[in-house]
Design a protein around this ligand. Structure first.
Ligand SMILES: [Ca+2]
Ligand SMILES: [Ca+2]
Length: 61
């Protein structure tokens, strides 16, 4: 599974950010906790989701 693929559909895109947004500020090992540190915060979005946008099975190359 790709890091930051919150909904596990094989691609990192806005759908995953929606999940992160809904969970932002919460604690626990959730799908939006991309770096798996136990809380959903901006770090997860900025350091993992953002750089991975477009990563996934449907991306050629
Ligand atoms: Ca996804
Ligand atoms: Ca986190």
């Amino acid at each position: 599974m790709i890091s930051a693929d919150a909904n596990a559909d094989g691609d990192v895109n806005s759908g995953d950010k929606t999940i992160w947004t809904n969970q932002a500020g919460t604690k626990g090992y959730k799908s939006g906790d991309f770096n798996m540190n136990g809380q959903v915060s901006n770090t997860d979005k900025n350091e993992l989701w953002l750089p991975n946008i477009g990563e996934g099975s449907q991306v050629p190359d």
